[in-house]
Design a binder for this molecule. Structure first.
Ligand SMILES: [Zn+2]
Length: 304
């Protein structure tokens, strides 16, 4: 089966497979969905299938498959943003130049524009000409997360394929097969995205320290908690992400215990996020955050 190495969106695997089997390809597609769920992997596997010269596809042995795997296929091109900020008109002009030449190995040519929501308006208007009158052998796949950034004239020319976030089970499966650490709190921060899961891994020690702080709220005195919380004081750059983690853990505990102290704790965290975004004194915000949550967890020590 094709798309074997991609987790999730099984209905789209069947759909794309059928488009090839029934010979019902159109000239342009939009692969839409949140970042980090495998859209560009799907687009690449789909391209390889379209270009393969044998049946059943993918054969992995024809010259097309071999060229594709060696990233050296003359009938295939993937365009990415060069500066991470935009895709410019000269990149689209290059695509147009290449696409006008007949295919060399396969009987189709496939062009992927990754993060195509980064195309400038000039680039989009330029692409529109190709979408309006594509060469008969051309297939263009726009991969994107935010379709509001595309001109409606572009969208109306493309067949939309909507990707879903991965389920927790799918993320677990991915984590297990790649030896990644993943618990239910981390899962809720991933929000169905493998790229978020991978980002979390680079920070996994921080999250373990946060678990330690959370476990201490009901036991230790406030001085000990402050002492344990160095991670918060030195994480000014990604504090929002860490606070989100607190929120997710508390939300989960709330669901399991129905204990209202977790509602208060979440409110304290939201207040802290607001204060930080209004440039309140950083250390003081963290001091107060820890003190207030600790008070919620130790009702005997009220502020009176
Ligand atoms: Zn092949």
């Amino acid at each position: 089966m094709n798309f074997d190495n991609i987790i999730g969106n099984d209905n789209i695997k069947v759909l794309l497979d059928n488009l090839i089997k029934t010979n019902s390809l159109v000239h342009s597609y939009m692969f839409i969905g949140t970042d980090g769920i495998g859209k560009v992997l799907f687009a690449n596997d789909f391209a390889k299938m379209i270009l393969c010269q044998n049946e059943p596809k993918v054969c992995n042995s024809c010259s097309s498959c071999i060229k594709f795997d060696s990233k050296n296929h003359p009938d295939f091109m993937q365009i990415d943003s060069e500066d991470g900020k935009s895709i410019k008109i000269n990149q689209i002009r290059l695509l147009q130049e290449k696409i006008s030449e007949k295919p060399i190995i396969s009987n189709k040519k496939v062009y992927i524009i990754n993060n195509s929501d980064l195309m400038t308006v000039e680039a989009q208007n330029c692409l529109l000409k190709t979408l309006e009158e594509p060469p008969e052998y051309a297939v263009i796949i726009l991969v994107l997360s935010n379709e509001n950034k595309l001109l409606s004239t572009i969208k109306s020319r493309c067949t939309k394929i909507a990707f879903q976030k991965l389920t927790n089970n799918e993320l677990m499966k991915y984590a297990n097969s790649n030896n990644l650490e993943l618990n239910s709190s981390l899962l809720s921060v991933c929000d169905g995205s493998i790229s978020k899961l991978l980002n979390l891994q680079t920070n996994i020690e921080s999250y373990n320290l946060l678990d330690d702080i959370i476990a201490s709220f009901s036991n230790d005195n406030i001085i000990d908690i402050w002492n344990k919380s160095e991670i918060l004081y030195k994480s000014k750059d990604n504090i929002i992400q860490l606070l989100e983690y607190f929120n997710n853990v508390f939300l989960e505990k709330l669901k399991n215990t129905k204990d209202t102290k977790y509602i208060s704790a979440i409110k304290i965290i939201e207040d802290t996020k607001n204060k930080l975004s209004n440039n309140a004194n950083y250390d003081m915000c963290i001091d107060n955050l820890l003190l207030q949550i600790w008070e919620e967890f130790n009702e005997g020590y009220s502020r009176s």
